[in-house]
Design a protein around this ligand. Structure first.
Ligand SMILES: [Ca+2]
Ligand SMILES: [Ca+2]
Ligand SMILES: [Ca+2]
Length: 708
C-alpha cells in the first residue's frame, strides 16, 4: 500500500528525476542486455557511453585513480576466468546482478579500460537510485528508521562517519556491513549518493510468529484431558516411527534464536528442558536469557523437550538432542531487539556445535521481498554450508480478496531467503482445548477469513489442511516458499515459569497451547536434528551439508493435496506439490528415516559452468522416479529483482533419449516426479547452467533419487 504524505510525493518527484538518467524497459532481451534491479529493468548502454566519454575528463581532473563501485555487464555468461581476468586488471568482483553483470570495485581508469574488452557490454557507476528499496514508499511518515548495507566490513565506519555529517541523520553501526539510521525521506535520496553504500531499506521490525489470541476465545479446561499423543504435533509428523528406529536427535546440537527460555539459568530450568546446555543474552540491554514472554520456551520444548513431567507424553521431536539458546528479548524495547548480524546470532551456536538453527520470527513488512536481511541469511549459509537455518514463513495468510482462498505472496523475511528452510503451518488434530472457534469469529476474522469454506472451518480438525493464517508464497521474484509445513495449530509445549501470558491457554500447570508458524518451525527443526542423526549414523555422512538435510526433508514430505476442502473451485491446494501453500508437503519422519533404497548425493565439490554429472538408476516397468535437487546458492543482492545467482538444473533422461526437466531459472530447489515409467536405465543429470559466483568456480549441491 502506498500512503502518500506531502513529503513522500516530493521525494518521489526527486526519485523520478534520478530515474530519468536510466532508460527503463520491460521488453525481454537476450543475455547481458538488461539489468534486472528492484528499481526496474535497465539498459546500461546510455550510462555506459556517458561514463566512457567522460573518462578523458577524469584524467584531466585527476579523478581517474579514485576507486568506486561500478556495474560491469558481460555480453554473455560470466566464467571463473572472466573474473580472474578482471582481478589482473585491478578490478575486484563483488556481487552478481542479473543478467550477466557484476558489481565491481575499481578505479575510474581501470573501469573505463575494462569496457574496451569485447566480453564487456557495458560499464557504469553503481547509481544512487538503484540503492533504494521500493518499500521506502510504503512508510507513512516523513521520518523513518532505515537499514543501510555497505559493500564491505572495512567501509562501514567510513560510511558511518559520512552519514553522521549529514544534518538530520542519526546513524549507528549494526553488524559488519550494517548501519541503522534515522532520517527524513529527503535525506535518503541525499545519502544514497555516498560511495560504498550498496542498499537502503526500512529497518525491519521483528516479531515472534505465534498468533496472538484474546483470552475469551480460549476453550477453558477444568481438568487436563488424557494425553492422546497429538498434543505436541509430533504424531502427525510420524515422529514416533523415527524414535522406534532409535533416532531422537542424540549427538545433535540445535541452536535457537528467540525470546529466551524459562528461567535462563541451567540449574533451575524446567525439568522438560534438561537438554538446554547454553544460552546467550543478545537482546539490547539484556543481562539474561530468561523468557518472560513464553514464546521461546514453547518453541524450545517443541525441539528438545523430554516430556519429563508428562511421562514422555508431550515432548519435542528431537528429545535427545541438546539446545543452545540465543535470547533476543530486549527489556528496554519490550520486544525482540538485537544486533542483526548472523555471524553473532548463528555464529555463536555454530561454535558450540549446532548445525541446525531454528527461528520462529521475522518481519511482517514488505512481504515476499528478498531484502538485505534475507540476503545476509543466505550469505551465512553460503559461508557455512553445514548450517541449516530454518525460518517461520509468518502468519500473514488472509483471504483479503474474499474468494474463499488464502491469498498468495505473504512470506516474511528472512523466510524469503533462498537457502534457509522456510516452514508454513498445517493443522494439528485436536478437538479439545486451545482455540476451537470458527475462523470467521476470530479477531479480524470477518475481514481475513470471512468467506466459506474458510469462515466456518476451525483450526485443528483436519490433518491435511493448512493453518488459515500460514503465510503463502511465492516471493516477489517468483520463488516457491514455504518449502515445507508442519503442524502449527493448538500445539502443546512447555510453559515458561517466568511467562506473564498463557498464549492459547494452559494445559495443566507445566504446558500451554499455542499456534502460529512459530510452532511448526521448531517441530521441523527437531525433525531436521533427527534426520541429521540418521544421515550420520545410518547413511555414513559424517558432516552432511545443510542442502542434503533440506533435500531429505523435502524429498520425503507428504503431499496434502487437495487439502481440507475437497476438490472443486474452492479446493485448498490448487495443484499437487509443489505449490505456494504447502510447499513440498508436510514433514513425514517415517519416510525421512527410511531412505534405504534411495540414492543420496552430497557433492561438496560441485559443478562449474556447463559441467554435468550423472547417476544412472534402473527402474522397473510402471514404477516412478522422484528426484530432488537442493543447493545452497551464493547470496543474491538486495538490489536485484531476482535472488537466484547460480543456476543448476536436474534432468531425467531415458535410454531412448527422452528428457524430463523443469528448466527452472528461479529456484535453488527442484523436484521431478515422473510416474509410470517404461522399464529401463535412466540417467539423472545435474547441469551447471550458469555459475557466475561459484566456490572456485563451482556450485556444490545435494541430490536425492527414489524409485516409488
Ligand atoms: Ca483470496
Ligand atoms: Ca480446519
Ligand atoms: Ca535451475
Amino acid at each position: 500500500m502506498i500512503r502518500l504524505s506531502v513529503h513522500t510525493k516530493f521525494f518521489i518527484q526527486a526519485f523520478a528525476t534520478l530515474m530519468a538518467f536510466s532508460s527503463v524497459s520491460s521488453t525481454p532481451a537476450s543475455a547481458g542486455e538488461i539489468l534486472r534491479l528492484k528499481a526496474g529493468e535497465i539498459r546500461l548502454e546510455t550510462a555506459s557511453k556517458q561514463f566512457i566519454a567522460n573518462s578523458a575528463k577524469d584524467i584531466l581532473s585527476g579523478r581517474s585513480n579514485a576507486e568506486q563501485y561500478f556495474i560491469l555487464q558481460f555480453a554473455g555468461q560470466i566464467s571463473e576466468s572472466d573474473k580472474a581476468e578482471l582481478r589482473t586488471q585491478g578490478i575486484e568482483p563483488k556481487t552478481y546482478l542479473p543478467d550477466d553483470a557484476l558489481i565491481v570495485k575499481a578505479s575510474r581508469r581501470n573501469a573505463a579500460a575494462a569496457a574496451l574488452s569485447p566480453e564487456i557490454s557495458a560499464v557504469a557507476p553503481y547509481a544512487a537510485e538503484w540503492k533504494i528499496s521500493p518499500d521506502i514508499f510504503d512508510i507513512a511518515q516523513d521520518h523513518g528508521t532505515f537499514m543501510i548495507s555497505t559493500f564491505d566490513d572495512a567501509l562501514t565506519d567510513e560510511v558511518l562517519n559520512e552519514l553522521n555529517l549529514v544534518p538530520g541523520v542519526q546513524a549507528h553501526r549494526s553488524g559488519q556491513r550494517g548501519i541503522i539510521a534515522q532520517m527524513s525521506l529527503g535525506n535518503v535520496g541525499r545519502i544514497a549518493r555516498i560511495e560504498g553504500i550498496e542498499w537502503i531499506q526500512t529497518l525491519p521490525v521483528f516479531i515472534t510468529f505465534d498468533l496472538p489470541m484474546a483470552a475469551e476465545f480460549i476453550t477453558p479446561s477444568a481438568t487436563v484431558p488424557p494425553i492422546t499423543g497429538y498434543e505436541s504435533g509430533t504424531k502427525l509428523m510420524k515422529m514416533e516411527n523415527a524414535w522406534k528406529r532409535g533416532f531422537s536427535g542424540k549427538g545433535q546440537v540445535v541452536g535457537m534464536a528467540d525470546t529466551g527460555v524459562d528461567t535462563g539459568i541451567i540449574s533451575t530450568m524446567h525439568p522438560d528442558l534438561s537438554n538446554v546446555v547454553k544460552g546467550y543474552a543478545m537482546g539490547y540491554g539484556s543481562k539474561t536469557w530468561e523468557d518472560i514472554n513464553g514464546h521461546g520456551t514453547h518453541v524450545c520444548g517443541s525441539v528438545i523437550g523430554t516430556g519429563a513431567v508428562s511421562n514422555g507424553g508431550i515432548r519435542g521431536g528431537a528429545y535427545n538432542a541438546t539446545m543452545v539458546v540465543d535470547g533476543l528479548w530486549s527489556p528496554i524495547m519490550n520486544n525482540l531487539a538485537f544486533k542483526t548480524d548472523f555471524n553473532i546470532i548463528v555464529g555463536k551456536p555454530y561454535a558450540d556445535g549446532a548445525r541446525i538453527h531454528t527461528n520462529s520470527w521475522g518481519s511482517p513488512q514488505n512481504l515476499g521481498a528478498y531484502d538485505s536481511f534475507a540476503s545476509q541469511a543466505d550469505a551465512y549459509m553460503w559461508e557455512n554450508p553445514e548450517m541449516l537455518m530454518i525460518f517461520a514463513a509468518g502468519n500473514s495468510g488472509v483471504d483479503a480478496n474474499k474468494d474463499g482462498r488464502i491469498d498468495e505472496g505473504s512470506v516474511s523475511s528472512p523466510g524469503t531467503a533462498k537457502n534457509v528452510l522456510t516452514v508454513g503451518a498445517s493443522e494439528n488434530l485436536l478437538a479439545e482445548g486451545g482455540i476451537q472457534r470458527a475462523h470467521g469469529t476470530l479477531r479480524g476474522g470477518d475481514k481475513n477469513w470471512g468467506v466459506e469454506p474458510i469462515k466456518s472451518d476451525t483450526l485443528s480438525n483436519n490433518a491435511d489442511g493448512m493453518a488459515c493464517f500460514s503465510s503463502r508464497g511465492p516471493t516477489k521474484d517468483g520463488r516457491l516458499k514455504p518449502e515445507i509445513v508442519a503442524p502449527g495449530t493448538n500445539i502443546v509445549s512447555v510453559l515458561s515459569t517466568k511467562a506473564k501470558e498463557k498464549m492459547w491457554g494452559e494445559f495443566g500447570t507445566d504446558y500451554v497451547f499455542a499456534g502460529g508458524t512459530s510452532m511448526a518451525t521448531p517441530l521441523t527443526a527437531g525433525a531436521a536434528a533427527v534426520v541429521r542423526e540418521y544421515l550420520v549414523k545410518d547413511r555414513g555422512f559424517a558432516t552432511p551439508s545443510a542442502a542434503l538435510l533440506k533435500a531429505s526433508l523435502i524429498h520425503t514430505a507428504k503431499d496434502m493435496y487437495p487439502g481440507q476442502y475437497g476438490t472443486g473451485p474452492k479446493q485448498e491446494l490448487p495443484t499437487r506439490r509443489p505449490n505456494v501453500h504447502e510447499g513440498y508437503g508436510r514433514v513425514d519422519m517415517e519416510q525421512a528415516t527410511s531412505l534405504g533404497n534411495a540414492v543420496l548425493v552430497d557433492d561438496k565439490a560441485g559443478l562449474g559452468l556447463n559441467e554435468t554429472k550423472g547417476t544412472s538408476v534402473f527402474v522397473q516397468n510402471g514404477k516412478g522416479l522422484r528426484v530432488t535437487l537442493v543447493y545452497t546458492d551464493a547470496p543474491g543482492a538486495a538490489s536485484s529483482a531476482k535472488a537466484l545467482v547460480n543456476d543448476l538444473d536436474v534432468q531425467i533422461v531415458s535410454s531412448s533419449g527422452k528428457v524430463y526437466e523443469k528448466a527452472d531459472r528461479t529456484n535453488n530447489t527442484e523436484m521431478l516426479e515422473i510416474a509410470n515409467l517404461p522399464e529401463g536405465t535412466y540417467q539423472v543429470l545435474v547441469k551447471g547452467m550458469n555459475v557466475p559466483q561459484g566456490k572456485q568456480g563451482k556450485q556444490p549441491y545435494a541430490l536425492l533419487i527414489s524409485r516409488y
